[in-house]
Design a protein around this ligand. Structure first.
Ligand code: PMP
Length: 365
């Protein structure tokens, strides 16, 4: 078995222990005589998997009882529409903080459904979106039904270093690329959503954690599949759920609990990110352009002095078993996504490679 260090932004690495457990159970789950992939979602075996996944997630994130946990499909992008359809309930007005492409997409989608405005944006930063906007309560319209943020900006390598103070206005956060990377106080949010394919499971599952009082008021034209109340009332089984992804998510949640939960995960993630950022800060060959105070612990973005050298870096890194380091097509350069499942050794290997590459390609200036 020749596994590489996969720095993909998502879908991305899963913990080896989880993959092995899934492999062990692939042909025959428990005493069922069948794979989870072949199981009816109405079977008692699958219902037990679903309930156990929810219980483990609740334990990990300390989700208060007045929040529903939904296991949905359609990716985080479907939530760009589901959020306004469900939450633009009172004044049909919402405010968005724009900190990257995904918050921009979420904003563009929400505009179809109501009076949706930009409360703050870091598009004008240089380079664009290299920081996140600072906000105060005064930035939000008092009659907004919710405020939306993207907590970790996967493409630009930034993360909110604070939770915006929105007063009584529910805060909605896209946590696709940082969920479960560290503890968060769920009670500070009205709704959290995340595509699973970074820190949770294979692609195909979307997690929504929503405060109960925010559901049940969806617009009448809301498609059934996007109606949180319908999904909650049916235990995420209004139709066939992404069964195998939910099973994988359960294994990942249980793995997280087994290592000591999100405090321990945070410690490990900080150790990995510090190794890389400390190295970047200690030399001049590579540049990390992101505002230091909002550096992402999950997506580390850097460049060399030229596009040609960036290309060479990615090609040689891939040949050395360090895959998918190419930055997003809109940004260029490199991006090392070091999600929960990336072992410390992977980051050590990356930093060693970066040092070697610098020695072999000295700057001419
Ligand atoms: N939000 C963020 C922060 C993301 O990183 C992504 C995907 N990389 C999305 C939303 C879109 O997710 P999906 O592909 O699951 O629709």
């Amino acid at each position: 078995m020749n596994r590489v260090y996969n720095f993909s932004a998502g879908p991305s690495m899963l913990p080896l222990e989880v993959l092995k457990k899934a492999q062990e159970e692939l042909l025959c789950y428990g005493g069922s005589g069948m794979s989870v992939m072949e199981m009816s979602h109405r079977s008692s075996d699958f219902e037990a998997i679903l309930h156990s996944a929810e219980a483990s997630l609740r334990e990990l994130m300390k989700i208060p009882d007045n929040y529903k946990v939904l296991f949905l499909q359609g990716g985080a992008s479907t939530q760009f529409a589901a959020v306004p359809l469900n939450l633009l309930s009172e004044h049909k007005c919402a405010d968005y903080i724009i900190s990257g492409q995904f918050s921009k997409k979420a904003f563009t989608e929400a505009k179809k459904y109501g009076d949706v405005a930009v409360a703050a944006s870091s598009a004008g930063a240089s380079p664009t979106f290299s920081t996140v906007p600072e906000t105060t309560r005064a930035d939000f319209r008092p009659d907004a039904d919710y405020v939306h943020i993207c907590f970790n900006n996967t493409i630009y390598g930034t993360k909110f270093h604070y939770i915006p103070d929105t007063g009584n206005i529910p805060l909605v956060a896209d946590m696709s690329s940082c969920i479960l990377s560290e503890p968060v106080d769920v009670s500070r949010f009205g709704l959290i959503y995340a595509g699973a394919q970074k820190n949770v499971a294979p692609a195909g599952l979307t997690i929504v954690i929503v405060r109960e009082d925010l559901i049940g008021k969806a617009m009448s034209e809301t498609p059934a599949m996007l109606d949180y109340k319908l999904m909650a009332d049916n235990d995420s089984m209004y139709n066939t759920p992404p069964c195998f992804c939910i099973y994988m998510a359960k294994l990942v949640f249980d793995w997280l609990l087994s290592i000591g939960g999100l405090e321990e995960m945070k410690r490990r993630n900080e150790k990995k990110a510090s190794l890389l950022y400390d190295y970047l800060d200690s030399q001049k060959f590579y540049t990390a352009t992101v505002d230091r105070k909002c550096r992402s612990m999950m997506n580390v973005v850097f460049t060399t002095a030229s596009d040609e050298l960036d290309k060479k870096f990615c090609a040689e890194a891939a040949a050395a078993g360090l895959k998918n380091l190419k930055g997003h097509r809109s940004v260029g350069g490199m991006r090392a996504s070091i999600y929960n499942a990336m072992p410390y050794e992977g980051v050590v290997a990356l930093v060693d490679f970066m040092k070697k590459f610098e020695m072999e390609n000295p700057r001419l200036d």
